[in-house]
Design a protein. Structure first.
Length: 316
């Protein structure tokens, strides 16, 4: 059953009526095809109207939609012969970050993905996509291996932020994030990050300091969550909508600021309405940006990456 967000209530009402009429259409005595067609047209128009003028807060809700495709879905559809790799070789395994190697459109790649999970059990297993230090140290291990063997690196970013628990802090959360960010920047192979849902704080930057940063149309990318910013600025998390508007967290704002490089258009109504199409379009964008670095030297790839991030502050 489809899950609707609060602002999608007009669409939910219309599509609910369509479903009721479809149930009735099984009765030969009732001809409702014309009414179904009329309501479907009206629902599609409502969907277009609503999604053409989403506010930053509404985009935040879409980015967090429970049915939105996650890293595992992108890996399943885009990466052939994927072999998962686990553990940081220092403390243990962290399921919030999924890593491995495989083939992407014929090219050997290393993959790093933040996985939130789809149901209660998997969300608990993956800690809602919030990694502990061992997750970032695992990412560093995979990046170093990719550099050694000449594998391009693809990151699927989807996290509210790094896990803020006591144990994580005791094991060096900030240092692990910094080391992961450094590993991204030092790579002599091309790397690209795709923000598929939430790109929250250092937890996202740790695997998204890449040659190219791409965002799905209705994803968000920010230094802190809107709720966290509202709590700090106004001491009131209920003002998250105000924070989302002022923080410039949407793909459309960030590409104007030069912080990201490309936006992947999502199917009407968001990626959760047609995951297959959304993932396929993302794959085309990743193939294109990685192709820009074919044949380039390690020094040239590093230089491009460094200049990209240095230019952000200069252009503001």
């Amino acid at each position: 059953m489809r899950s609707y967000l609060e602002f999608e209530k007009p669409i939910a009402d219309l599509e609910g009526k369509v479903q009721e009429l479809r149930t009735m259409s099984g009765d030969d005595a009732v001809d409702v095809d014309e009414e179904i067609a009329r309501l479907e047209t009206k629902a599609n128009q409502a969907l277009k109207d609503i999604y053409s003028k989403l506010t930053p807060w509404q985009k935040t809700l879409v980015a967090r939609h429970p049915d939105r495709p996650h890293a595992a879905d992108y890996i399943d559809q885009l990466i052939e012969d994927f072999t998962p790799l686990a553990g940081d070789r220092k403390f243990g395994e962290d399921s919030a970050i999924v890593t491995g190697i495989g083939r992407f459109r014929g090219q050997r790649v290393a993959v790093i993905g933040q996985e939130k999970g789809h149901d209660t059990q998997s969300r608990l297993k993956h800690n809602f996509g919030m990694a502990r230090p061992e997750g970032y140290r695992k990412a560093v291990r995979i990046m170093e291996m990719a550099d050694r063997f000449g594998l391009a690196v693809i990151s699927f970013v989807d996290t509210a932020g790094a896990y803020p628990g006591i144990g994580a802090e005791e094991r060096g959360q900030a240092e692990a994030i910094a080391r992961s960010t450094e590993a991204c920047l030092k790579l002599g192979v091309a790397n690209a990050a795709l923000i598929i849902g939430e790109g929250g704080s250092g937890g996202a930057i740790a695997i998204a300091s890449t040659n190219r940063v791409i965002m799905m149309e209705h994803s968000i990318y920010s230094v802190i969550s809107p709720e966290g910013a509202a709590s700090i600025l106004w001491r009131d998390s209920a003002r998250a909508q105000d924070a989302a508007t002022n923080m410039k967290i949407t793909a459309q704002d960030l590409i104007k600021l030069g912080i990201i490089d490309e936006i992947v258009e999502e199917p009407l109504g968001g990626a959760h309405r047609d995951p297959g199409t959304a993932i396929a379009k993302a794959g085309e964008a990743l193939e294109r940006v990685l192709g820009e670095f074919h044949g380039q030297s390690a020094d040239a790839i590093r230089q491009q990456r460094h200049e990209k991030f240095l230019a952000i502050g200069r252009n503001l």
